[in-house]
Ligand binder design. Structure first.
Ligand code: GDP
Length: 140
């Protein structure tokens, strides 16, 4: 399988509860390398742009206000099949449906406050990485 890169976000519910290190350990234990990482506080406008694909969804206002409510940790994960592997490590969107041992099962509070974001495909990953990181910040 090819080496891929994917965009991950540790969301406000998790940074508030000081879970960054514990969540990062899950990625590393799964063989994903954190090759870039920074802590940022998104404006509402930035959150709305990032989640633009969900603009028409009923939860858009709630989602974007939440993402701008506290700092997040944005990161690039690299590894074999990193996009799908990260989705496996994250677990289902709703923690009530997430498999045992996944980040969302173990840490998420609700379907909205679900601790992590991960890109859902190669094109999305490339766009989302470019949203947060310049080429100079991606040193491998
Ligand atoms: P993901 O790829 O697993 O993150 O899920 P989606 O792309 O379907 O949704 C993006 C994000 O929107 C999710 O991670 C949630 O934070 C949020 N979201 C999805 N469904 C709901 C919902 O029913 N209510 C709320 N408040 N947020 C939701």
């Amino acid at each position: 399988m090819a080496i891929e890169r994917t965009l991950s976000i540790i969301k406000p519910d998790a940074t508030r509860r000081n879970l960054t290190g514990r969540i990062n350990a899950r990625f590393e234990e799964a063989g994903l390398r954190i090759i870039a990482q920074k802590r940022v506080w998104l404006t509402l406008g930035q959150a709305q742009t990032f989640y633009g694909v969900h603009r028409a969804r009923p939860f858009f206002a709630e989602l974007t206000a939440f993402m701008a409510s506290a700092p997040v940790v944005v990161q690039v994960l690299e590894g074999e099949g990193a996009i799908a592997k990260n989705r496996d490590v994250m677990g289902a969107t709703n923690p009530a449906n997430a498999a045992p041992g996944t980040i969302r099962k173990d840490f998420a509070l609700s379907v909205g406050e679900n601790s992590v974001h991960g890109s859902d495909g190669p094109e999305t990953a490339a766009d989302e990485i470019a949203f947060f990181f310049s080429g100079l910040e991606l040193v491998g």
